[in-house]
Unconditional design. Structure first.
Length: 193
């Protein structure tokens, strides 16, 4: 397993690396497919954010914690990440048990909802500023795998490439606790009129 350390807004203390390295080397005990682990230490106004990201067979798990002491922030983030890895592993085991033959689970996908009354869209400000741009590598997966990945990351939505449909999709968590699937279609120039 490869471990990378990075620091933003200050130098990376050697005692932080000495504290974190042996604990991170124990992560494969939680899941044998952990290939890369990245630790980002950010300091601002006396507080330290520690973000630990793990790659487990193409799935990404991430934990972020903040504390005035970077070692405490690291320990808290590591505990959170270990719980995520355990939960991820348990879900995989449950999925295999339910499928019988180690096939993927069929998670019911909501059907498109019927159109309701039209609601006027909110006014869009003329001037807007994009304050952050993130890149995301789209890996082929099923909508069910995308839901699992979204849950492991703790996000409300997840963009993925649906290999069976050969297009990009978005899964999202609905307010009622269910999940939704958006399957974008590119409009023809003629349809825009």
């Amino acid at each position: 397993m490869r471990i990378d350390f990075q620091a933003r807004n200050h130098d990376l203390p050697e005692r932080f690396v000495d504290h974190a390295t042996p604990r991170l080397q124990d992560l494969p005990h939680f899941h044998e497919r952990i290939s890369d682990t990245r630790v980002l230490l950010t300091g601002k106004r006396g507080l330290h954010d520690v973000e630990i990201t793990c790659d487990i067979g193409g799935h990404v798990l991430r934990a972020i914690e903040r504390d005035s002491d970077p070692l405490n922030a690291f320990d808290q983030a590591l505990e959170k990440l270990q719980r995520q890895i355990t939960r991820y592993k348990d879900r995989l085991v449950d999925r295999r048990k339910r499928s019988g033959l180690h096939r993927g689970v069929d998670v019911p996908v909501a059907q498109p909802e019927p159109e309701t009354e039209e609601v006027e869209p909110p006014a869009v400000p003329v001037d807007f500023e994009i304050v952050r741009v993130k890149s995301h590598t789209l890996k082929p997966m099923t909508p069910e795998e995308a839901v699992l990945q979204m849950e492991m990351l703790g996000h409300d939505f997840f963009v993925f490439f649906d290999g069976s449909a050969d297009r990009v999709g978005v899964v999202y968590r609905r307010r009622d606790g269910g999940y939704g699937l958006i399957e974008p279609e590119v409009a023809d120039e003629e349809d825009e009129d």
